[in-house]
Ligand binder design. Structure first.
Ligand code: SF4
Ligand code: SF4
Length: 398
């Protein structure tokens, strides 16, 4: 069996596990996939987080993507980071940089098995701050400077591609090069508060093509995860995870311990269980009915007859779900324009699901319009198979 087929049917442990440690955040990004802002009083305690790390170690989960909210605003964040590293669970954490002062940067530079990803959604302050809030560009730049001065080896700069920043791809690359960082670009999905702004902010069809061409020409060392496999339908397959791995190789543990099929699918339909239940995370991952269903062979539905299906696989489940499109039909950003047609064919009675998990401090929901902002190389590195290529670092199967 080919390795990609192993992925389709699920693995004993997730290789792309995201763990959101808190819903608290100092920012209020308009497209936040988890609608973060306020801490949830039910969030896992320090002891419960350590128990989850113990379990991940037993399951041989080699690294975890830690996010939030803003994970570093948890007072026990640094303690949990050290605990994970001591227990052979590498950590790549996403941050807006608010806590990365020179001292923290030096400490991180001296810690193996930790990777840092700074979020930046504009190569200039006006473009970034329109999405992430006033002052957030300066905060991210300061954090990158502190990491560079401390000698931290190759942090990541993570960019959500929007209609406003596709034109800045070369500038993002230049910023990454300047700080000795690696660029990671991801897709804007209509998840969380992203649902409110997706219509206005997701790249146009022309920009999708521009993005694809840029990745083909300049993207050799740019990370994309599973963001753009639907664009492979334009021609050659892009590097990255070329399938929807939800529930198969991908999943999310949210701050209250709920386990979802994917970080972009925080909705009861994709809720598989909770790490606090008997058997913990391992039992949810291995035994949940939802994950068993997602690991079944997919029919491809309306996309099956498309000549691009092998490359595109019908696109992203979450993008379809949160735009009210059938899960077995085209992606809303289908390169053949079939998604746009399906979106246009929706009627006022079409049900467009929304997550009922919302910790926004003050967010108008269902506004469907952009909202104004209210802000105030170590020896061992984490395996980043899901970022670079599903085959990276994995054994080959006959
Ligand atoms: S639903 Fe979309 S974001 Fe989630 S694993 Fe599938 S392709 Fe990736
Ligand atoms: S019809 Fe489906 S498989 Fe074909 S390009 Fe569009 S989304 Fe992809």
């Amino acid at each position: 069996m080919k390795l990609t087929e192993h992925f389709q049917y699920g693995l004993n442990s997730p290789i792309c596990l995201t763990w959101e440690l808190t819903y608290a955040c100092n920012l209020a990004c308009v497209h936040c996939l988890s609608s973060s802002g306020r801490r949830d009083p039910r969030e896992l305690s320090t002891a419960e987080c350590k128990a989850v790390i113990d379990e991940l170690q037993r399951m041989q989960v080699f690294y975890v993507n830690v996010g939030g909210g803003e994970p570093t605003v948890r007072p026990d964040f640094w303690e949990l980071l050290d605990y994970a590293v001591e227990h052979d669970v590498g950590v790549k954490f996403s941050t807006n940089g608010v806590k990365l002062d020179p001292a923290r940067a030096r400490r991180l530079a001296g810690t193996d098995y930790v990777d840092v990803q700074i979020s930046l959604d504009g190569a200039t302050a006006p473009v970034n701050d329109a999405v992430r809030g006033p002052g957030s560009y300066a905060t991210a730049m300061r954090a990158l400077e502190n990491l560079a001065s401390a000698g931290f080896g190759q942090p990541k700069i993570s960019v959500v591609m929007t209609r406003q920043n596709v034109e800045q791809l070369d500038e993002f690359k230049a910023i990454a090069d300047k700080f000795g960082a690696q660029l990671r670009i991801t897709r804007l999905r209509p998840s969380g508060r992203g649902a409110d702004v997706w219509d206005e902010l997701h790249p146009t069809a022309e920009q999708q093509r521009q993005l694809y061409d840029w990745l083909v020409a300049r993207g050799a060392d740019v990370l994309t995860g599973d963001s753009f496999f639907h664009l492979s339908a334009y021609g050659s397959a892009l590097p990255g995870l070329n399938l929807c791995g939800a529930g198969r190789v991908v999943c999310l543990i949210d701050p209250v311990g709920d386990v979802y099929a994917c970080p972009f699918a925080i909705h009861e339909n994709f809720l598989a269980g909770n790490v606090r239940s008997p058997g913990g995370f391992a039992s949810v991952w291995r035994d949940s009915e939802l994950f068993a269903e997602l690991r079944e062979p997919q029919t491809g539905g309306a996309c099956r007859s498309c000549g691009h299906y092998d490359a595109c696989q019908g696109g992203c489940m979450a993008a379809k779900f949160f735009t009210g499109l059938p899960l077995d039909g085209p992606d809303p950003e289908c390169v053949r324009g079939l998604g746009e047609q399906a979106l246009a064919a929706r009627t006022p009675s079409t049900a467009i699901p929304r997550s009922d998990v919302d910790h926004s401090r003050s967010a108008p929901r269902n506004s469907r319009s952009a909202v104004a902002l209210t802000l105030a190389p170590p020896p061992r590195r984490p395996d980043r198979a899901c970022d670079a290529s599903p085959l990276a670092g994995m054994p080959s199967y006959p």
